[in-house]
Design a protein around this ligand. Structure first.
Ligand SMILES: O=P(O)(O)OC[C@H]1O[C@H](OP(=O)(O)OP(=O)(O)O)[C@H](O)[C@@H]1O
Ligand SMILES: Nc1ncnc2[nH]cnc12
Length: 175
């Protein structure tokens, strides 16, 4: 089962990037080409009933499977980046996460009004990051189609913060 495989391979790193944080390191997944393919397929299968026009992936770890997922679903991919990285005109949203705060940006022409945008990230912790991404999507009058994660840290209750944007929330492995 995919959840078991993910849990076996993801590495816990204590006190990174700050004391008290148990960091879920997904880099061992990336060394396993077969598992990467299985994860991409599993992400797409969870979303089979969801209308998706665009996949938006969040820098940086959300890019890894976000682009692969968009490719498998045959829809465009949009990068949501940390402040100061995108070259064209952007919209911005600041947020807090488990171990700090930051600002996300998206190109103002990245998505069209009314498009259904699936937000992908590697991991859901407090939900601050994907709430900020959701606000960017709604600022452009588009619709949050749902959320897809490889890992969800359920004990941080991030899920509850996503409900006002979309009821579609999928993760392959939960802790
Ligand atoms: O649910 P939250 O509490 O907001 O935390 C989750 C976010 O934190 C991590 O990203 P990080 O900002 O560390 O950046 P990275 O992907 O570039 O490592 C992770 O990839 C998510 O984007
Ligand atoms: N515990 C954690 N491990 C990996 N990425 C994270 N992003 C936020 N919290 C995290």
């Amino acid at each position: 089962m995919i959840e078991k495989k993910i849990k076996q391979i993801v590495r816990d790193v204590n006190d990174f990037p700050k004391a008290g944080i148990v960091f879920k390191d997904i880099t061992p997944i990336l060394k396993d080409a077969v598992l990467c393919g299985e994860i991409t397929t599993a992400l797409a299968m969870q979303l089979s009933a969801v209308k998706i026009d665009v996949v938006a992936g969040i820098e940086s770890r959300g890019f890894l499977f976000g682009m692969a997922l968009a490719n498998l679903l045959n829809v465009p991919f949009v990068p949501i980046r940390k402040a100061g990285k995108l070259p064209y005109k952007t919209i911005q949203q600041s947020y807090d996460l488990e171990y700090g705060s930051a600002t996300l940006e998206m190109h103002e022409d990245a998505i069209l009004p009314g498009q259904h945008v699936l937000i992908h990230d590697d991991l859901l912790a407090t939900g601050g990051t994907v709430v900020a991404a959701s606000k960017l999507i709604e600022k452009l009058d588009a619709v949050v189609a749902g959320y897809s994660f490889i890992i969800a840290l359920d004990f941080l209750n991030g899920k509850d913060r996503l409900k006002p944007f979309s009821a579609n929330n999928f993760a392959l492995a939960s802790y």
